[in-house]
Design a protein around this ligand. Structure first.
Ligand code: ZN
Ligand code: ZN
Length: 1014
């Protein structure tokens, strides 16, 4: 990449003529080593810049070196029982079921607790709403940074302090994924977990909960015989933790409306009642505190992970020793508001209680998920976990001992304050120059002294208010240092993206347009020398400034990488590649000046070169504007899927009146109709349930479309030299797959599990379709296209649960017509149709070629039409990706899609199958684009670079749209947007390589004029 121009020069210098002879076509169309370097740099660039949001927006909050703050008074409870109903969402738990005018709770025992002995509320969780971060927030009190995802949530990236390593003894039962995360290296914790195979989605998952309840019963039964166990259970500061995975598993398998999920809530309620009675009988001292909550909710689609409200709202019910009983809701007045004033405001969603919960008469105490950690430790007299950012929710504590409540809140405050100090100190140490401290906490020592004094004089309420305000400031200060590097990094990243886009554009201009080839060699050489010197100065200066600054501030390694790209693009590749464009602009400018001069002198001379240059610039600006506006529209489509429908309709209308206006009316109508059909899909709801009939119908539709392609033979050529055996077999296989789907689903709905025979057939079809794809090559253009979409559709059919197959069928039809029109209208094949701008000189189209006719440059250059096609291609990719999915999150791709292959939960296998499913529509789009590029002899590397440069316009948008404030829905959504738009670029690399493998270069479009028409 560094030598892009220098190699041009060597060519130029060998050639005395000012323009370069371009008979060497193969060099243009193949991916050569320079392109390979660009691609590699592109991958590293996008990976590291994707990671940059973790440095900018989501840095690990953990700091080390704090000491625990003890509460010096006797705690109200001797022990704590924590129930976590994994995947239980708030509304399914609280709402009442109506049965013949009577309202019943699904959890009558916990309901009676809420009404008679405890408090209730919503525990607001943060994204990602997954099991591991949910439990870390509950038990360790901090929101694990999102980057822990990369470690698979399995092992702990860093050791952290939590509830269980502080207790005297603790017992935990449940899923290995959760329990082992906390019991590692904690000698005082006894855990029992079931095997992972036990978590079978096909079977009834409430067995998982039964297992946990039985284990607790066993524990207390054993205690009557085992003296040692009895002694341990009778000691203070112990925790019993029940992790109940049944609801999560049933929610994934049957969704949260299902009878399975709802009756699982009833089962959990009965279990909680049983354990409560058991424990009360065993101890008989009323010294137990109980907390019932959940790690995350469950969306209507049976998934979680994103910031949807159904995922972030989980129930919390607290009762027992040290905890308050029910309060009337009218108490929700200024007193409480002032106590938790700011904390309340931060809660992400409105706090209206839905009517059908029938709970508005009772005071509701909402918490942030991390608040549960200091609540639990305070109840049994332990210090808060060291990195906890939770604020003790004092309004759920008993009103009987304000002294203890205040002491606990004070200890909580000191712990957060110390964390702030550690963070502030370390930032100050690493920032030698220009350190700007957090000013709001200047008077911290005074505030602490004041709180001390208030506690000493037993003015508890005032002390609590001060503590709350102070803790809020500390959290704000923590956030300040958390985001300290942000302005610097954001500038670096933005400039990096622009540098990359400009580098790509310059490379395309130099190698695939006449600007790069029609340069005056002598001028070019002398200018390049100048720019090279400039470049080396720039490199020296920028490297010195950046790396010196990073070294002095002790910056992380990745910061060096971000800055290296900045230096690479702005100081190296841009100066090295800008010369031809610079000369071209200089030339044009001079010509405009001179022609003006001549004109003002009274002589009317027309200079053809000038007009050509000017129109090239004009066309270029038009294309750039068009590209940017389509990309911006696609950005909007992330927020409103219906924009995709709008664009589709516009494409349909616009193209039949412009690009394709000379085609037969029938085909134009068919094309317009297929665009309209496609525009329906983004309008359909994404919470679609399972509908086997639609899947089978889609299979039949695909069959009909391929039949149409053969019998109607709109493209001609196909009938001559094809032996359609392979494709006929494939058409049969499509029908077979539909049948397999039908029979598997009916077996699953009868709950007899996944039939072994069907599973084998499904796997065989999946594997063999990929094998056949990689071996077989069709005869001729359309034969191969028919083969490709049939073969690619088979695995998709097996992974579909509803109307997705219809979507793919319509997409195939749409792409087929698109390719047909593009082939017919491209100027390379039909020079007469070249001008969209009603100008018959191809020289003014965006081939940038002044001497197009002479040097036959149009055969090999990137033209206006290629850029148009690239834009449409990106649009089709978006439709392929989002046509049937949710833009907000990948988790919307339903896990039940994989049930024809496996029903046993295994994240990696299921994830891989889902990725194949997501990939298939994209692959269809990519192979059709590749077929087109091959047939039209478009330089593939060139069109690839254009696609990448265009998609990065969107990445910059989403980089700025990443949010770390506001509701968790917005935050989660913004992260996935940025991730997806960056991922698209890496995805394009994959798609281009795949489609290059699947589409042989030898396949040429049958360019004869005796096509049949329908
Ligand atoms: Zn979970
Ligand atoms: Zn789950």
């Amino acid at each position: 990449m560094y030598h892009i121009v220098s190699s041009n020069i060597s060519k130029i210098s060998k050639n005395d003529d000012a323009t370069i002879n371009r008979d060497n076509n193969s060099y243009k169309t193949k991916f050569n080593s320079k392109i390979l370097i660009i691609v590699l740099i592109g991958i590293v660039f996008h990976l590291s810049y994707t990671l940059s949001i973790f440095d900018i927006y989501f840095r690990s909050p953990l700091v080390h070196g704090m000491t625990p703050h003890k509460i010096e008074l006797t705690p109200p409870a001797n022990r704590l029982v924590l129930f976590v109903a994994d995947g239980l969402r708030a509304d399914r738990f609280y709402e009442l079921e109506e049965n013949q005018g009577q309202f019943h709770s699904r959890a009558p025992f916990l309901r009676s607790i809420i009404e008679n002995r405890g408090s209730w509320g919503i525990s607001h969780t943060r994204v990602p709403t997954e099991t591991r971060p949910g439990h870390v927030a509950l038990i360790a009190g901090f929101y694990e940074d999102v980057s822990a995802v990369t470690k698979g949530w399995k092992s702990n990236p860093v050791e952290f302090d939590h509830l269980f390593n502080k207790t005297k003894y603790s017992w935990g039962y449940g899923s290995p994924d959760v329990l082992l995360m906390f019991s590692d290296n904690v000698k005082t914790m006894e855990t029992q977990v079931y095997a992972e195979e036990f978590e079978d989605f096909g079977a009834d998952a409430s067995n998982l909960d039964m297992w946990v309840f039985e284990k607790i019963e066993e524990l207390f039964k054993n205690a009557t015989k085992d003296q040692e166990l009895n002694r341990k259970l009778k000691s203070n500061q112990i925790v019993i933790f029940l992790h109940l995975l049944g609801l999560d598993t049933n929610g994934h398998a049957y969704r949260p409306h299902s009878d399975e999920y709802l009756s699982n809530i009833k089962l959990v309620d009965r279990g909680v009642q049983k354990i409560y009675n058991l424990i009360e009988d065993f101890y008989g001292d009323q010294k137990t505190a109980y907390i019932f909550t959940s790690d995350h909710g469950m969306s209507n689609r049976g998934s979680h992970g994103d910031g949807e409200r159904s995922n972030t709202e989980t129930p919390i019910v607290t009762w027992g020793s040290g905890l308050r009983g029910p309060l009337p809701s009218n108490l929700q007045t200024e007193k409480i508001a002032s106590l938790r004033g700011k904390a309340k405001e931060k809660l992400p969603v409105d706090t209206l209680t839905p009517d059908n919960w029938k709970l508005s008469h009772l005071f509701r105490s909402d918490v942030s998920q991390a608040d549960v950690a200091p609540l639990m430790t305070s109840l049994i007299g332990l210090p808060s976990p060291l990195n906890s950012v939770g604020v003790l929710p004092i309004e759920v504590l008993s009103e009987n001992s304000p002294e203890y409540t205040t002491a606990a809140l004070y200890a909580n405050t000191l712990q957060v304050w110390e964390m702030y100090q550690v963070k502030s100190d370390s930032k100050q140490k690493s920032t030698l120059l220009f350190f700007s401290p957090f000013t709001k906490l200047k008077d911290a020592s005074k505030t602490i002294a004041k709180i001390d004094q208030l506690i000493a004089t037993r003015q508890f309420e005032e002390a609590q208010i001060l503590c709350h305000n102070f803790i809020e400031l500390c959290l704000e200060g923590l956030n300040y240092f958390q985001t300290y590097d942000r302005p610097f990094l954001m500038t670096v990243i933005t400039l990096g993206y622009f540098g990359w886009i400009i580098t790509l554009s310059l490379y395309v201009i130099n190698n695939y347009t006449s600007i790069g080839y029609n340069c005056n060699a002598k001028q070019l050489q002398s200018q390049i020398k100048r720019f090279e010197t400039l470049s080396s100065y720039l490199i020296a200066i920028t490297s010195f400034c950046f790396f010196g600054f990073l070294y002095v501030t002790d910056a992380p390694v990745l910061y060096y990488l971000y800055c290296s790209f900045l230096v690479l693009f702005w100081a190296k590749t841009i100066p090295a590649n800008i010369v031809p464009l610079y000369l071209f602009l200089k030339d044009s400018f001079a010509q405009i000046q001179s022609s003006k001069g001549i004109y003002s002198g009274g002589q009317l001379l027309s200079s053809t070169t000038t007009t050509t240059n000017v129109s090239i610039i004009k066309n270029f600006i038009v294309i750039v504007l068009a590209a940017v506006s389509v990309m911006e529209l696609l950005v909007v489509s992330y927020f409103y899927r219906s924009v995709l429908s709008l664009i589709y309709t516009l494409v349909g209308v616009f193209s039949i009146f412009t690009f394709y206006k000379n085609e037969s009316l029938k085909l134009k109508l068919l094309w317009f109709g297929s665009c309209l059909m496609m525009s329906v899909f983004p309008l359909l709801p994404i919470d679609y349930g399972n509908d086997t009939n639609l899947v089978c119908f889609g299979g039949v539709l695909l069959f009909i479309i391929s039949l149409l392609n053969y019998t109607l033979n709109i493209f001609g050529g196909a009938s001559k030299n094809t032996k359609p055996i392979v494709n006929s077999v494939l058409m049969f296989v499509v029908l077979l797959s539909s049948y397999i789907v039908y029979s598997t689903d009916s077996a699953l709905s009868r709950k007899i599990g996944l039939p072994y025979f069907n599973q084998i057939i499904s796997w065989a079809l999946l594997v063999s379709s990929f094998v056949v794809l990689s071996i077989y090559r069709g005869k001729g253009f359309y034969d191969h296209w028919n083969f490709l979409y049939l073969c690619i559709s088979v695995p998709f059919l097996l992974l579909s649960i509803s109307y997705e197959v219809l979507f793919v069928g319509c997409l195939v039809l749409n792409l087929t017509l698109w390719m047909y029109f593009e082939l017919k209208t491209d100027s390379r094949l039909y020079p007469k149709l070249v001008s969209i701008t009603s100008n018959n000189e191809p020289s003014t189209s965006l081939s940038f070629s002044k001497s197009a006719i002479k040097s036959n440059i149009n055969d090999i250059n990137i033209t206006q039409q290629d850029i148009k096609r690239a834009i449409l291609y990106i649009f089709f990719c978006y439709v392929g990706f989002f046509g049937v999915g949710n833009i907000a999150s990948i988790s919307s791709f339903e896990i039940s899609s994989t049930y024809r292959f496996t029903t046993i939960f295994s994240p990696f296998l299921m994830g891989a199958l889902l990725i194949i499913k997501i990939f298939i529509p994209l692959l269809l789009v990519a192979v059709s684009f590749s077929l087109l590029n091959n047939s039209l002899n478009v330089p593939r590397p060139g069109s690839f670079l254009i696609v990448i440069a265009l998609t990065d316009i969107m990445s910059i948008n989403f980089f700025f749209l990443v949010k770390d404030t506001g509701s968790w829905l917005e935050i989660g959504t913004s992260i996935s947007h940025y991730g997806i738009s960056n991922g698209f670029i890496i995805l394009q690399l994959l798609l281009f390589s795949f489609s290059t493998l699947l589409v042989p270069t030898s396949l040429k479009h049958n360019n004869n004029n005796n096509r049949k028409r329908i």
